[in-house]
Design a binder for this molecule. Structure first.
Ligand code: ZN
Length: 263
């Protein structure tokens, strides 16, 4: 196995485990509950989960999606979030490789997964996650840039966070109905991750977010699933746009420059 393949496999396994933890965070943080205590239990019969029933994806399959004690149907979303964690971690490891920036981008992907699901559920992005995780991401990225001997990259990372924050704050002030302050704080977080990679990645990430979010909003409006006044959470699109920029930014930007004759 090549070193990169080993890294991708190890990251996928880590993604499964942290995907399982993501389910705990998604279920508890919006209600202000601790993510450490009590131990995981069946939401229906409150029987604590045994270790063998708490293995990501595998246990859900082995139990055929039902609680061992009361046969409560465990939502399909639990294994799907775990699989999403594994897939995102594998893709990030493949894209970033053996680099001091890898821990930062694994944290980046995990946070965006958790915040997207919470935003879809509750139409808000909890400060309890963005407030501690944004400075941690900044430290990891600035540390990676300085380890790589590139103080300019460290500065650009921080400016990326500030720029994305300011851009979405301006939009939120112009159109308060479309965007919440949670989205603005999320923008600071993802601006750090995109700024580290370059200004072109930051522009692409925000552009992709508006393109994806706008296209879906128009489609839902067209099929009459939503009225003009219904809120469509924007957080998941910000997350999706930034992940596109992190994972596929290089080829997309090169193709754009070639197509426009700028490259
Ligand atoms: Zn049960």
């Amino acid at each position: 196995m090549t070193p990169t393949a080993a890294l991708v496999v190890a990251s996928a396994v880590l993604g499964l485990v942290l995907g399982s933890f993501a389910n705990v965070v998604i279920a508890r943080v919006p209600h202000g509950a601790s993510v450490v205590r009590p131990r995981s239990a069946c939401p229906s019969c409150a029987t604590p989960l045994r270790v063998v029933d708490n293995v990501p994806v595998v246990s859900w399959l082995a139990l055929r999606g039902r609680c061992r004690t009361c046969a409560w149907r465990i939502p399909l979303r639990y294994p799907l979030v775990e699989l999403a964690g594994a897939t995102l971690f594998a893709l990030v490891a493949w894209r970033i490789g053996w680099s001091s920036a890898l821990p930062a981008y694994l944290l980046f992907a995990w946070t965006l997964l958790v915040l997207s699901v919470i935003d879809l559920d509750h139409k808000r992005i909890p400060n309890r996650l963005t407030y501690p995780l944004t400075p941690v991401l900044a430290l990891l990225l600035v540390g990676a840039a300085l380890l790589g001997g590139d103080p300019g990259q460290a500065l650009r990372t921080l400016l990326g966070g500030v720029t994305a924050f300011a851009a979405l704050l301006a939009l939120a002030l112009i159109s308060p109905r479309g965007m919440g302050l949670g989205d603005v704080k999320l923008a600071a977080f993802l601006g750090l991750g995109l700024g580290f990679l370059g200004w072109d990645h930051l522009v692409l990430g925000l552009f992709a977010a508006f393109l994806l979010g706008g296209a879906v909003a128009l489609a839902l409006l067209a099929v009459g699933r939503r009225g003009r006044r219904d809120e469509i959470p924007f957080g998941p699109w910000l997350a999706a746009g930034s992940l596109v920029a992190v994972l596929a930014g290089e080829p997309l930007i090169a193709a754009y420059l070639q197509a426009t004759g700028l490259g």
